[in-house]
Design a protein around this ligand. Structure first.
Ligand code: BJW
Length: 231
């Protein structure tokens, strides 16, 4: 059986990573166009770098939770293919999987990029970056380039879309965890999975706007609902 799991900010909320659209969420105090668009970066790179540097520092202080660990357990024992697509730019899934080596059919895709990576605007070369990033740093591969966070901003193409769509076409079970379904193209994956004939499940604190597209809803905190669903 082929499994596709889509995760959003809600899966990391109980680790202490703020979600985006909650009243105390990440966008509070920031204009989205200012910090999460290529235009915002071009207009004021220092503000954008500071926003991501703060988040990078915070990420170093948080740990995977029971939901990340439950998914890592599934990845270690799943018989068919298991694609875990995360919209999250944190590395909490990655760290959970380090503790439990996944089965050969497992793949993890960070479709909106990774906080702990930087990309050269000239060459496109991506490198690990866990410290503070200043706009003027050039890539070792392209000294003229400016380094930017390896993050997919609004208006930019999410990563690995062809691969994700190809796997969704042969998906049997699609589980969406901790995402509001407010951002495309991820919000449309449930429709692709339905067209492939997959069973669809939403796990969230509460039903989302797209809840009617799911065959089943499991509502509660991810640290309880995810281990419970996959038990
Ligand atoms: C819990 C919980 C607990 C809490 N347990 N649950 C009009 C119509 C349709 C589309 C568009 C449109 N206008 C523009 C677009 C396209 C645009 C878009 O979708 N905009 C919408 C706002 C409408 N999309 C894009 O631009 C994307 N690119 C694209 O479409 O490219 C196409 C293209 C074509 C041709 C040329 C070029 C391009 C790119 C989108 C990039 C999104 N980037 C962000 C920011 C990343 C940077 C950063 O991290 O700073 O990614 S936006 C932000 O939202 C972030 C997230 O990954 C993403 C999704 O958020 P998520 O994860 O769902 O979080 P929340 O906060 O919304 O929800 C949390 C949920 O958890 C809630 O439901 C809670 O209930 C739940 N929860 N605690 C369980 N304990």
């Amino acid at each position: 059986m082929n499994l596709v799991v889509l995760t959003g900010a809600g899966v990391s909320a109980e680790s202490g990573v703020p979600t985006f659209r909650a009243s105390d969420g990440l966008w509070e105090g920031h204009r989205i166009e200012e910090v999460a668009t290529p235009e915002g970066f071009a207009a004021n790179p220092a503000v954008v770098q500071d926003f991501y540097n703060q988040r990078r520092r915070h990420l170093a202080r948080v740990q995977p939770n029971a939901a990340h660990r439950a998914l890592a357990d599934v990845a270690a024992r799943w018989d068919g293919d298991f694609l875990l697509v995360t919209q999250n730019v944190d590395d909490l899934h990655d760290r959970a999987h380090l503790e439990r080596p996944p089965a050969p059919g497992f793949e993890l895709i960070h479709m909106h990029g990774e906080l702990n990576k930087a990309r050269c605007t000239a060459s496109g070369v991506v490198c690990d970056w866990t410290g503070d990033l200043e706009a003027e740093h050039a890539s070792p591969h392209h000294p003229q380039g400016i380094m930017r966070p390896h993050i997919v901003w609004f208006g930019e193409m999410p990563l690995e879309m062809e691969r994700i769509e190809a796997v969704l076409e042969r998906c049997d079970l699609f589980v969406s965890i901790g995402t509001s379904g407010a951002v495309y193209p991820a919000a449309g994956f449930v429709q692709s999975a339905r067209m492939a004939g997959a069973r669809t499940v939403e796990i969230n604190l509460e039903p989302t706007q797209g809840a009617r597209l799911f065959d089943r809803g499991v509502y509660g905190p991810a640290t309880e609902a995810v281990p419970g669903f996959f038990a």
